[in-house]
Ligand binder design. Structure first.
Ligand code: CP
Length: 307
C-alpha cells in the first residue's frame, strides 16, 4: 500500500488505514537505528528542508536524523537565522525554497493553519511539525506507536490526557488519532485549560487528576504552555502542581501496569514528579526513540515509498 496524499497536515485528515500504514512502516524502520552503520540508501538524492519558526529539540532533531538515516540531504532553517528577521514573509520564504526544488518541507509555525496554507501554494510535500495550538501529527503518530509497542494494541486502551489541553496541539492530534483507532480518551485539567465543547471530540472530561487517572492504562501528562496564554489563567504554578502533578501517591489510582507518557519538554515538579518521569512507569524516552522511526516512515511514504 502507498500513501496517496501529498502532505501530512493533521491527524484529523488521516484515515485509519493511513495511520496503520504509517505505524507499520515506522515499526519496520526501528531496526535501522540499532545498526552499527545507521543508514539505508532509500532516500538518496532527495532533499528535506526543516523550516522551524518555533523552538524545538525533539521534533527538529528527529526529522533531521530520520532524513539522514534514509540518506536524504537535509537543510535546517530557523526563523532567527533566516531572512524572516529582515521582514521576509512566510509565503515568500516558502516560494524561494520551492524554487530550489526540495522534495519535502517540514514546517513548525506558531500560527495555526500555516502548513495548510503552504501546502495549497507549493508543489512539494509539506509535513506539519506543529502549528500553534492546532495539530502536531507526527507527535501523535509516535505516541500511538509507543502505545501499540507497549500494550500490543490501541483499540480498547484507556488513555487520560492531563494538563493544558486548550493550548496543546499534542492533545488535539492525539484525541483525533486515539479515538479513530478505538481507544477511550479522557481529558482533565482546570476548567480554564479545557476548550469549550471538547466533549464533542468524543472524550470524557474531568476536572480532577485523581478522577481522570482512575483505572487507566496510559497517563499522558502535558506541560502548561505559558507562551500561548495571553494572561496567566491560574494563581500560581505551586497551586497548579498541588492539584495536577502526577506523583507516586496519586499514580496508584491508575492500573498497576499503567504507562506514563509526556511529549516533552517536561517541567519537573509542576506536571510530573521527577521520580515518575524517570521511574519504571515512564516510557517518555521510548516516545523519543519512536519519533525517529515515525519521521523516517513519513519521509519515506511521502516521497513515494510503499509499505
Ligand atoms: N514534543 C515536541 O514537539 O518537542 P519539541 O518542541 O522539542 O520538538
Amino acid at each position: 500500500m502507498k500513501l496517496t496524499r501529498k502532505d501530512i497536515l493533521g491527524i484529523k485528515d488521516l484515515a485509519v488505514d493511513e495511520i496503520n500504514l504509517i505505524l507499520e512502516t515506522a515499526e519496520s524502520f526501528i531496526e535501522v537505528s540499532t545498526r552499527e552503520i545507521k543508514k539505508v540508501p532509500t532516500l538518496r538524492g532527495k532533499t528535506i528542508i526543516n523550516l522551524f519558526f518555533e523552538a524545538s529539540t525533539r521534533t527538529r532533531t528527529s526529522f533531521e536524523i530520520a532524513a539522514k538515516r534514509l540518506s536524504a540531504d537535509t537543510i535546517n532553517i530557523s526563523a532567527s537565522t533566516s531572512s524572516v528577521v529582515k521582514g521576509e514573509t512566510l509565503v515568500d520564504t516558502a516560494r524561494n525554497l520551492e524554487a530550489m526544488n526540495p522534495d519535502v518541507i517540514v514546517i513548525r509555525h506558531s500560527a495555526a493553519g500555516a502548513p495548510h496554507m503552504l501546502a495549497g501554494m507549493i508543489k512539494q510535500s509539506i509535513i506539519n511539525a506543529g502549528d500553534g495550538a492546532h495539530e502536531h501529527p507526527s507527535q501523535a503518530l509516535l505516541d500511538m506507536m509507543t502505545i501499540k509497542e507497549k500494550k500490543g494494541r490501541i483499540a480498547g486502551i484507556k488513555v487520560a490526557i492531563v494538563g493544558d489541553i486548550a493550548h496543546s496541539r499534542v492533545a488535539r492530534s492525539n484525541i483525533y488519532g486515539l479515538t479513530k483507532m478505538g481507544a477511550k480518551v479522557i481529558v482533565a485539567g482546570p476548567a480554564m485549560m479545557l476548550p469549550r465543547n471538547i466533549e464533542q471530540m468524543g472524550v470524557t472530561v474531568y476536572h480532577q487528576l485523581k478522577e481522570a487517572i482512575k483505572d487507566v492504562d496510559i497517563i499522558m501528562m502535558l506541560r502548561i504552555q505559558l507562551e500561548r496564554q495571553q494572561q496567566r489563567i491560574f494563581p500560581s504554578l505551586r497551586e497548579y502542581s498541588n492539584y495536577f502533578c502526577l506523583n507516586r501517591q496519586n499514580i496508584t489510582l491508575a492500573k498497576e501496569d499503567v504507562l506514563v507518557m509526556h511529549p516533552g519538554p517536561i517541567n519537573r515538579g509542576i506536571e510530573i514528579a521527577p521520580d515518575i518521569a524517570d521511574g519504571p512507569y515512564s516510557v517518555i524516552l521510548d516516545q523519543v526513540k519512536n519519533g525517529v522511526a515515525v519521521r523516517m516512515a513519513l519521509l519515506y511514504l511521502l516521497t513515494g515509498g510503499k509499505s
